[in-house]
Design a protein around this ligand. Sequence first.
Ligand SMILES: Cc1cc2nc3c(=O)[nH]c(=O)nc-3n(C[C@H](O)[C@H](O)[C@H](O)COP(=O)(O)O)c2cc1C
Length: 161
Amino acid sequence: MKAVVVYESLWGNTAAIAQAIAEGLGPGTRVMSTREATAGAIRDADFLVVGSPVMGFSVPNERMIGGIQVKAGSAPPDLSQPPMRTWLDSLVPGEKPFAAFETRVKGPWGKATPAIEESMKKLGYRKASEAQKFVVEGTQGPLKEGEIERARQWGAELSRW
Ligand SMILES: Cc1cc2nc3c(=O)[nH]c(=O)nc-3n(C[C@H](O)[C@H](O)[C@H](O)COP(=O)(O)O)c2cc1C
């Protein structure tokens, strides 16, 4: 399987989940941020796994990212990647199978995966799995214990698709 795992990540938690999913998917899987996952870079993929943090109850957008205050003494967010909303809006139509995931704090604070799924289905991509959510203990992490292993297992399940 020539899968590509595409992620947006400000503090590295979603990136770590993306990496673990890729390990589960196995050799040949590439992991790319929304900056790296251009139309050309994902053209050869035969399966896409797409994930972002939940922000403002949905996928991060320019307004949400632009409003983040960097507090002195706390870890600076990586703001170099397009927000997931922007990446989805520039995605070219396709028919590849896909699966969506999100990272989020614990609580009923919205979801990112329905927006990812809706955008990709509209473009012709085919949902191949139920979406997965992974929990962070706070805005900047860390991930809840066991989430990396769960991501690896989910990747292994997707590899049998
Ligand atoms: C501006 C902002 C808004 C957020 N809004 C939500 C939210 O609505 N629901 C939620 O569960 N988590 C929310 N979070 C927490 C993020 O989901 C969390 O910071 C993210 O999973 C961390 O992943 P990362 O290290 O890959 O960026 C928000 C975080 C930020 C910075």
